[in-house]
Write a protein that binds this ligand. Structure first.
Ligand code: ACO
Length: 308
């Protein structure tokens, strides 16, 4: 299966990284309903796409996103509750539910403008790298609404409470350096280093065991709202779950490469991934699917034989 041609989103795949570009640069990548529908489909597709190991969310033309499209998302849908609901559902689904629980690591590459509703995808991605001259603004208060959908929630969950109140209530613009200082992004770098820094981070992520990385990012997110007893229980179960269907057999491989082969130091680097493990996993999945189909095929063959 492949992605259909889209109007507001562009996808480029290279070396395991899927670059997903919000693609309305003439509108500073303001998010229209159409863009939300296409992003929702795109992320759904890439989550199980074998060629994609890391997803980068970025904006074409040098703009991350100027937030919701005030004309197409808000005004045009004022008297169209069905259209408004459909757009809001898709908008929230990709910017939060999909990204927050995504099975693959995600990075926001931020430059130009990051305004209002774009903070949802900024906070939902696992990591964020910004150009140091990016203009961030929670502009809602400046034009008459509060930071809605989940923006107030995810902003106050991500950064320090006084900073969250300050930027939400003042709507004052700030740059990438401040965004890094208060925890909105992992790194703020000069614009000319942005792409390389993003690739460097993606490559570090791709060097880890995918099963362990997936479980780790889910775990770190889930335990935030659990108490200690629930966390013990959840983490023990999640730890066991990694071992099922882990093409790398990470626990044994990691230990053996350190203890027996003395090939690496876990304090500083990951164990070397087994080559061909991805192929083996794909083969196993195919075999499983064929097995499932086999009884149905046998039944059909018997039926045909009886008819004859
Ligand atoms: N919604 C709809 N159209 C937008 C948006 C937006 N959020 N942002 C920019 N545009 C459009 C402009 O209307 C303009 O369209 P036009 O060429 O048809 O006139 C085009 O994009 C270019 O915008 P300019 O303002 O000319 O570009 P400039 O680079 O000077 O300024 C900036 C960019 C600072 C982002 C400015 O457009 C702006 O402040 N936009 C509003 C941002 C905002 O408040 N977004 C809503 C956040 S709240 C939320 O998301 C729920």
């Amino acid at each position: 299966m492949a992605l259909k041609k889209m109007k507001c989103v562009k996808v480029e795949k290279k070396g395991g990284i899927a670059w997903v570009w919000l693609n309305r640069p003439e509108k500073r990548n303001a998010m229209s309903p159409q863009l939300h529908f296409e992003m929702d489909e795109t992320l759904k597709f890439l989550e199980t796409d074998p060629a994609t190991r890391v997803v980068v969310i970025a904006g074409a033309g040098g703009y991350f996103s100027a937030g919701q499209d005030l004309k197409e998302f808000f005004r045009a849908n004022e008297n169209n509750p069905a259209g408004r609901k459909a757009a809001a559902e898709a908008a929230n689904r990709w910017r939060w539910e999909r990204l927050y629980k995504y099975d693959k690591p995600t990075i926001a590459m931020v430059e130009g403008y990051c305004v209002g509703g774009a903070f949802m995808q900024l906070c939902a991605t696992d990591f964020a790298v910004a150009a140091d001259d990016t203009v961030f603004s929670l502009s809602e208060v400046n034009w008459g609404i509060l930071p809605g959908a989940l923006v107030s929630k995810v902003v106050s969950d991500t950064i320090m409470p006084r900073k969250a109140l300050y930027y939400c209530c003042l709507g004052e613009a700030f740059d990438g350096v401040e965004a890094e200082k208060i925890g909105f992004v992992n790194f703020a770098v000069p614009k000319e280093e942005l792409v390389n820094k993003t690739i460097e981070l993606a490559q570090k992520l791709m060097a880890k065991s995918p099963a362990v990385l997936r479980a780790t990012k889910h775990a770190v997110r889930q335990v935030r709202t659990m108490d200690f007893d629930q966390s013990y229980d959840y983490l023990a179960a999640k730890g066991q779950a990694i071992k099922v269907g882990d093409a790398q057999d990470s626990y044994n491989t990691g230990l053996s490469q350190f203890l027996d082969k003395k090939a690496y130091k876990p304090t500083f680097e990951p164990f070397a991934l087994k080559k061909g493990a991805k192929k083996a996993a794909k083969k196993a999945a195919k075999k499983k699917a064929t097995k499932k189909q086999a009884p149905a095929k046998k039944k059909a063959a018997k039926k045909t034989a009886r008819r004859k």
